[in-house]
Write a new protein. Structure first.
Length: 241
């Protein structure tokens, strides 16, 4: 398989046309391509930006955007740990980098937006099999540095179920399912970069074993908090109604 970073023009807050960027920047797509796009670009496309200035309190903005949050006043960092769109992430994903004086929020209904873009690209490039994945950087507990994660996707089955398969000693696996979008998003985000690279899109080509679909599948990888292995850590979050 091959990852192909795509350089684009600057995509400008508070609102820009992603379709125009795709038309001018993408090469000819092929059957079975998977396209990774940063959530920041999707948000700018939707106009999900707020001017930084007096009267805008970032912490209040984070709380209003988060689905759940926990604020530790004794924290070493000036961040709020949040859940947004079934993703554990600092500050509801709100970011100032590459924002040109704006807070950039997360896009709304990310997977629905990706479906719209996927339909457009399939028609434009005359394809039947194509998938899109939205990405962002996140942190992992007890690890320095950021890595990539999917924040929505459309066009592929996200889980490779290996329950019942045997390990090298013949023992049957009971729980193992491989999360395809997040695994691939980590590589895509690494190639996109975090600063001024202007590569907010990555194409994955010739990935074997991906099952493409025209049905929404985002919910297949999300776990209700009560059933999550991290439930003891999540239970102290303030869940918004």
């Amino acid at each position: 398989m091959k990852f192909i970073p795509i350089k684009t023009r600057r995509i400008l807050p508070p609102k820009d046309d992603l379709y125009a960027v795709l038309d001018e920047s993408l090469p000819r797509l092929r059957e079975g391509d998977i396209i990774f796009i940063t959530s920041k670009v999707l948000a700018i496309h939707q106009g999900r930006c707020m001017k930084i200035g007096k009267g805008v309190n970032k912490k209040n903005l984070i709380k209003s955007e988060a689905d759940a949050f926990i604020e530790d006043k004794n924290s070493y960092w000036d961040f709020i740990l949040t859940v947004k769109d079934s993703t554990l992430i600092p500050s509801a994903g709100i970011d100032e980098s590459n924002g040109d004086g704006y807070y950039i929020l997360w896009p709304k209904r990310t997977s629905v937006l990706l479906k719209e873009i996927c339909v457009y690209l399939k028609k434009r490039h005359r394809l039947k099999k194509l998938a899109l994945v939205a990405t962002d950087s996140h942190t992992v507990p007890l690890r320095w540095g950021v890595s990539g994660i999917s924040t929505g996707f459309y066009g592929l089955e996200p889980l490779r179920d290996q329950r019942g398969a045997k390990d090298v000693f013949g023992r049957k696996l009971e729980y193992t399912q491989v999360n395809i979008p997040d695994s691939l998003a980590a590589v895509a985000v690494l190639l996109m970069g975090e600063a001024g690279e202007r590569t907010p899109i990555v194409i994955l080509r010739d990935m074997k074993g991906v099952r493409f679909t025209n049905k929404p599948t985002w919910r297949k990888i999300t776990i209700p908090p009560k059933k999550d292995i991290y439930a003891p850590l999540l239970k102290n979050m303030c869940v918004k109604k």
